[in-house]
Design a binder for this molecule. Structure first.
Ligand SMILES: NC(=O)c1ccc[n+]([C@@H]2O[C@H](COP(=O)([O-])OP(=O)(O)OC[C@H]3O[C@@H](n4cnc5c(N)ncnc54)[C@H](O)[C@@H]3O)[C@@H](O)[C@H]2O)c1
Length: 332
């Protein structure tokens, strides 16, 4: 399979590595800056370079496109490729907002080309272990999750609203949000109350946030997002599940199951060490890429696809609205 990548930055290198690990070919790079394109092409042995997705589509010769560019480019690049019938995997956040996400979904539906959204934590071994064992917790009534950078935050386009759409919530909180929703079995959001602010830098996006999301299965998720925070109760996508039969969490990943006979708690640990060597391991992105390639090969609808990406965008939009108004925002 011949796969093109849009962008030649941080995540593009991880995706290029994943494509090669899958035995597929990184056939083209779409990058605005020629020097970056050249270096990236040399590093991964990529034969073709383009400045725009329009040029890529015009030239043809690839089976799929992976988009790892700044958020404002996700919708135009994805819509261009999808309209030409090219399957796409786009980075999170899917778009600048839900309206853009909807246009991407429409382009996928109209052309029949699949659109996957790279909510990578759904492919993480610890998260999958917790999901596999979550039924032992009974009904999960609430979750707590974290998408927080401590003593660190990004710069450049990430901190510009016109290029990123949002700040730490759109960048990091969305990982916690999607992981909570995945572990809950993808319920629909009903409403959100949020307090989102900027306290750690001079930019026009947020770097501090808390969200309370109400789901249609009556569960509630508490989410923290942030950059430059002095503390986080867990690393990226760390999620705690409170069920009526027990407690579970990832990072470190375990279940605590009260033993009512002995009045003790049995702890069942995932077979993975913590702290991990790398919190965002290449293996997670490899699994994600293998799944995308399988969906392209078999024409399967990916999960996470545009439906999951769009739900996350609706929650993010509603959270910003709630924080602005001070009221609970209802999600349609
Ligand atoms: N899932 C994850 O773990 C994860 C991690 C990091 C980033 N991301 C997401 O990946 C995306 C990219 O983030 P990044 O950290 O790789 O950013 P980055 O700044 O490192 O890379 C972006 C690349 O896009 C290029 N670019 C800019 N304008 C372009 C244009 N008009 N056409 C083509 N290329 C252009 C830049 O030159 C750069 O090479 C973002 O949406 C981000 O949220 C996801």
């Amino acid at each position: 399979m011949k796969i093109a990548i849009a962008g030649a930055g941080y995540i593009a290198a991880i995706h290029a590595t994943a494509i090669q690990h899958a035995g597929a070919e990184v056939a083209a790079v779409v990058e605005k800056y020629p020097d970056k394109a050249e270096e990236f092409a040399r590093r991964f042995g990529i034969p073709q370079q383009y400045r725009t997705v329009e040029e890529l589509v015009e030239a043809g010769g690839v089976d799929a496109l992976v988009i790892g560019t700044p958020n404002f480019l996700h919708a135009p690049q994805a819509i261009c490729a999808l309209t030409a019938g090219l399957p796409v995997m786009v980075e999170k956040p899917m778009a600048m907002d839900a309206a853009e996400g909807q246009r991407m979904a429409d382009a996928s539906t109209e052309s029949g080309a699949i659109l996957m959204v790279a909510h990578c934590w759904r492919f993480d071994a610890d998260v999958l272990w917790l999901k596999q064992h979550a039924h032992q917790l009974g009904t999960i009534h609430r979750t707590k999750g974290y998408g927080v950078h401590t003593h660190w935050g990004p710069a450049g386009w990430f901190t510009r609203k016109d290029l990123a759409g949002g700040g730490a919530l759109a960048d990091m909180g969305i990982h916690a949000l999607d992981t909570a929703r995945f572990l809950l079995g993808d319920p629909q959001p009903v409403s959100v109350y949020a307090r989102i602010a900027t306290h750690y830098g001079s930019y026009d996006v947020d770097d501090t946030g808390i969200l309370v999301v109400n789901w249609d299965n009556a569960a509630v998720s508490y989410i923290e997002s942030g950059w430059w925070q002095p503390h986080s109760d867990g690393p990226e996508a760390a999620t705690q599940l409170y069920g009526d039969q027990g407690f579970g969490q990832c990072f470190p990943t375990l279940l605590e199951l009260p033993d009512r006979v002995r009045e003790t708690v049995d702890t069942l640990r995932a077979p993975y060490p913590f702290p991990r060597e790398e919190h965002c391991p290449q293996a997670m992105y490899d699994a994600q890429m293998n799944y995308f390639i399988g969906c392209v090969e078999h024409g399967d609808t990916p999960i996470p696809g545009w439906r999951e990406g769009l739900v996350n965008m609706k929650i993010v939009d509603a959270a910003y609205e709630s924080s602005r108004s001070g009221n609970v925002a209802v999600i349609q």
